[in-house]
Design a protein around this ligand. Structure first.
Ligand code: KIV
Ligand code: ZN
Length: 387
């Protein structure tokens, strides 16, 4: 039987930490409703103690979300946890996400503490959070650089204190996919009470490995992935929701699935990009403007014969506009004939041969040949032939 992977969306929290992306309550509410419709299992709505505005956003989101779990972030600090408990009071399924740094660098530089003290603070935070809600997620910040034996003790301690989910963040995007998978596998094999909680992946993209690391974490036993639309997040970003979902779907024979309605991925990406004022890079997997654009002659010829030669996903499956045949100086005759046909010109082979020579001259001067250029070329060609 296939295994369900929970999608924990943190666009409204980690994603919103991107400079210039701050959202007001109305914007957060709109996005939260769309995330629920998309099928995410958990919406991290914000960090209630951080500002009155964010407290209100978490409170209002808690009131309108009916199916997804609504989660609020805290540090392992009493007043944070109390604020989150209050902000989540009206949620149908509330979750408090509390945690503390567990790597030696965090323990020493941030907290000037010892490993034993961090264990104590972690357990205390989880217990306090459990006094407000039944669903408590603990994050071991910088788990990616935390010694595995100590991390296993942290995980065991917080599960014993009542954590239902334990997040293993690669906060700095440091890990390699195999390293991250080994970390999750180590915890699965060395934490005696691991069956009482689920492990979650939260991978940052500093080395461009966030998606690979998250997916490797799933294959090693994690059952939740934390991610954001368009991969937004601190510094180089978080794991991109659309990428993880489509990796698992594309490789469904491996036995994992999510509840995401994939045909909503592109509209969701556009909405987030517009609302958060961050353009999507054109070559971004799944949701970039070029994700279904073919421009070289070899690819275009294959694609026009059978789209599966160069597309492993159909645009419909992810709600993208239909595939595009882009004309550049690297394009071939079949692409040119195809684009002319779309404009209503059914040129034969000799016509296309002649037009192609003219096309190359124009294409060498321009980055991309547009329909107006084609219309002009067609008119000139027809005029010459009629003389
Ligand atoms: O990257 C991280 O470690 C975080 C935690 C607060 C979960 O965002
Ligand atoms: Zn993060």
């Amino acid at each position: 039987m296939a295994t369900k992977i929970d999608i924990f969306d943190t666009t409204l929290r980690d994603g919103e930490q991107v400079p210039g992306c701050k959202l007001n309550t109305i914007e957060k509410l709109e996005l939260a409703l769309k995330l629920e419709a998309l099928g995410v299992d958990i919406i991290e709505a914000g960090f209630p103690i951080s500002s009155p505005g964010d407290f209100k956003s978490v409170q209002e989101i808690s009131k309108i979300i009916k199916h997804a779990t609504v989660c609020g972030l805290t540090r392992a600090v009493d007043k944070d946890i109390e604020a989150a408990g209050e902000a989540l009071r009206h949620a149908h399924k509330p979750r408090i996400h509390t945690g503390i740094g567990t790597s030696d660098s965090h323990i020493k530089a941030k907290f000037n503490a010892t490993r034993a003290e961090i264990l104590e603070r972690a357990a205390k935070a989880v217990k306090l959070a459990r006094s407000f809600v039944n669903d408590v997620e603990f994050y071991a910040e910088d788990a990616g650089r935390t010694d595995n034996d100590y991390l296993a003790r942290v995980v065991e301690t917080v599960i014993a204190a009542g954590a239902t989910v334990v997040n293993i963040p690669d906060t700095t995007g440091y890990c390699l996919p195999q390293q991250y998978a080994d970390k999750i596998a180590f915890l699965m094999n060395h934490v005696p009470n691991i069956d009482k909680a689920i492990l979650s992946c939260h991978c940052h993209n500093d080395l461009g490995l966030a998606t690979a690391n998250s997916v490797s974490g799933v294959f090693a036993g994690a059952r939740q992935v934390e991610c954001t639309i368009n991969g937004l997040g601190e510094r180089a970003g978080n794991t991109s929701l659309e990428e993880v979902v489509m990796v698992l779907k594309q490789h469904s024979y491996l036995g994992y699935y999510t509840n995401i309605k994939t045909e909503m991925l592109n509209p969701m990406s556009r909405l987030v990009s517009d609302t958060m004022r961050v353009p999507v890079q054109p070559n971004k997997a799944i949701v970039g403007a070029n994700a279904f654009a073919h421009s070289s002659g070899i690819h275009q010829d294959g694609f026009l014969k059978d789209s599966r030669t160069y597309e492993i996903i159909t645009p419909e499956e992810v709600g993208a506009d239909s595939s595009k045949i882009v004309l550049t100086a690297r394009s071939g005759r079949s692409a040119l004939a195809y684009r002319f046909r779309n404009l209503g010109f059914d040129f034969d082979r000799n016509d296309i041969d002649a037009l192609y020579q003219k096309f190359l001259i124009v294409a060498d001067e321009k980055k991309e040949i547009e329909n107006e250029d084609l219309m002009r070329m067609a008119a000139e060609h027809q005029n010459t032939n009629n003389q």
